[in-house]
Design a protein around this ligand. Structure first.
Ligand code: FAD
Ligand code: NAP
Length: 339
């Protein structure tokens, strides 16, 4: 037995909202054996098992009657390569941003637009993390997951992961699979995506005319650091709502009513609206009720000013949802995983 299990553990340090919630049992899994041991123990104690990574996409709304397992496995490697590409593999517990930096230091291009996203490699496929025009599905090669009921290992292809906008089979089937390690196919030549938001402008401000993938990473990191609250200073889980995809007719009506509406037509005919614009337009930006609030610089981010509970944050989120539905006829879907 190598797994160390603690009882009645505060999860405050393990969720980026910094809300208080206690886990009935808590352990850190450093390798596949620890994961298997945790699953066996949970079964033996008749406890559900909740796997977490960095806790940056969680809303804990109360104490957790479960064995909470934090993935702490480490290891990253180039598993195969030719002169143009390499497949890199990382263990689930590897912190995401340092992993991205490691790929760039190895001359590999593909993950730079996903710089400075908090969390772990193992959680990245859960919602097909995305930013600045890139999602992991664009460079995904495969992953190894453990079926939590049968204990069998399964190798997932990209197709099997059913990646969508902030979505995957793992999000659709919560509690079924535990992701152990993830692989990405990256390129030794640079194919940069710069036409998204202020990326190109920031590179110009940095005096970079021929950007490398590392320059793009630096530019995006600097934009993010200015715009997003640092969870170590102000608790948050990034964007609290997904950007809604609405039918073209509703988007047209809204554009007639609001000429400054931020909307992006999609290849399937739907239109993606900027949820942050809707929330800001409805007057919620900077709103605060006790310690639960809406960030003053980015209306899409709910924040914990100190001692907000998960339920208070959830209540605020539901009030925003109801207001946006009432004003604009648009349903906002929450992004963080709620427990
Ligand atoms: P956790 O929050 O610990 O877990 C998230 C979910 O994944 C839970 O349901 C958990 O049970 C499950 N899970 C975790 N690990 C595993 C595993 N190994 N196997 C199976 N299930 C697992 N997201 C974006 O997409 N784009 C962004 O640009 C972005 N920016 C952010 C900025 C900030 C400031 C913050 C706080 C968050 C941001 N996020 C963003 C959200 C979040 O960082 C990502 O979703 C991240 O991938 C979550 O990783 P995590 O390890 O913290 O997962
Ligand atoms: P932003 O640049 O202010 O843009 C607002 C929204 O409009 C974004 O959410 C983005 O949607 C969309 N958008 C912007 N330019 C677009 C384009 N050229 N084509 C299509 N859609 C476009 O966004 P931001 O809040 O500063 O965030 C920047 C990026 O980081 C975004 O990609 C965002 O998703 C990501 N991010 C995610 C989280 C999270 O927790 N999920 C947190 C912070 C930042 P998309 O979100 O679909 O890209």
């Amino acid at each position: 037995m190598s797994l160390s299990v603690l009882a009645n553990v505060s999860l405050k340090p393990y969720n980026s909202f910094g809300v208080e919630a206690r886990a009935e049992a808590f352990a850190e899994a450093h390798d596949d054996n620890d994961v298997r041991e945790a699953l066996a123990l949970a079964r033996q104690r008749e406890l559900p098992l909740l796997v977490i990574g960095g806790g940056s996409n969680l809303l804990l709304t109360g104490d957790i009657h479960a064995l909470v397992v934090r993935m702490a496995s480490r290891g990253k490697r180039i598993s195969s390569e030719d002169c143009q590409h390499a497949v890199v593999e990382a263990e689930a517990g590897e912190p995401w941003h340092p992993f991205v930096q490691w790929t760039l230091e190895n001359g590999l291009c593909g993950l730079q637009n996903l710089s400075l996203i908090p969390g772990t490699v193992g959680a990245a496929p859960m919602q097909n993390i995305g930013a600045y025009g890139v999602e992991i599905k664009d460079v995904f090669s495969g992953l190894t997951a453990l079926h939590r009921e049968t204990g069998e290992l399964h190798e997932f292809s990209g197709e099997e992961c059913a990646f969508g906008y902030r979505d995957s089979i793992f999000k659709q089937q919560p509690g079924r699979w535990l992701i152990l390690r993830v692989r990405f196919r990256l390129a030794y030549s640079a194919d940069l995506k710069l036409d998204y938001g202020p990326v190109r402008q920031r590179l110009e401000q940095m005096g970079v005319s021929k950007p490398s993938p590392l320059d793009v990473s630096r530019a995006i990191s600097s934009i993010r650091a200015e715009k997003l609250p640092d969870p170590a200073v102000l608790g948050n889980a990034g964007s609290f709502f997904k950007n809604p995809l609405v039918c073209a007719e509703l988007a047209k009506q809204l554009r007639e009513a609001y000429t400054d509406l931020v909307a992006y037509p999609q290849p399937d005919g739907k239109v993606k609206l900027a949820a942050g614009w809707l929330i800001e337009r409805a007057g919620w930006k900077g709103f605060r009720d006790g310690d639960a609030g809406v960030h003053a610089l980015q209306a899409l981010v709910l924040v914990n000013h100190g001692h907000a509970t998960g339920l208070q944050l959830l209540d605020l989120a539901q009030r925003i949802q109801a207001d946006i539905a009432n004003r604009f006829g648009v349903e906002l879907e929450m992004e963080p995983n709620r427990y």
